[in-house]
Design a protein around this ligand. Structure first.
Ligand code: FES
Length: 161
């Protein structure tokens, strides 16, 4: 709050002026020399409550957030896989219980692969096919394998690591 510093400085100056005036009054001939010097009433700045953070209705729970779920294991065919276009990955299960994940961005010219069929990950743009087992090129024009993506499997759900 830019104005609060200015008002505090102003109030501090006012307090000093009050002390000075009191000091003058104590030295004047009007006061009783044996009397206690009058106490200057303290000038306190008006209380300005500190801004407090308002509780947010959308505050996240205290639990750590889970990485996004890609696919349920139950929906992952053995020897096949699923393209998760939103995350640009393809999840495969070349053998029962062996789960793999690759980038779904074709290494030829960057299309997102279209499907997984007959044991290959297939790009619809120019026909490249990649192995569901390791992402290597089965047929071009692509010449480079799909990069592997780290995943975790928990509670029957494949997630990004
Ligand atoms: S972009 Fe996939 S085959 Fe060309």
């Amino acid at each position: 709050m830019p104005g609060s510093g200015l008002s505090r400085r102003t109030l501090a100056g006012a307090a000093v002026a009050g002390v000075g005036a009191s000091g003058l009054a104590a030295c004047s001939g009007d006061s009783d020399p044996g009397a206690e010097p009058s106490r200057t009433p303290s000038v306190e700045p008006p209380s300005t409550p500190e801004p407090t953070a308002e509780p947010s209705a959308t505050a996240a729970p205290s639990e750590p957030s889970e990485p996004p779920g890609l696919v349920d294991l139950a929906d992952l065919p053995v020897g096949g896989g699923r393209v998760v276009a939103a995350e640009e990955v393809v999840v495969t299960q070349p053998e029962r219980g062996r789960i793999m994940c690759f980038s779904a961005v074709c290494t030829h010219r960057g299309c997102v692969v279209s499907d997984v069929e007959d044991g290959t990950i297939n790009c619809g743009c120019h026909g490249s096919r990649f192995s569901v087992a390791d992402g290597t090129v089965v047929s071009g024009p692509a010449s480079t394998a799909l990069p592997t993506v780290e995943i975790t499997v928990r509670d029957g759900v494949v997630r990004l690591a």
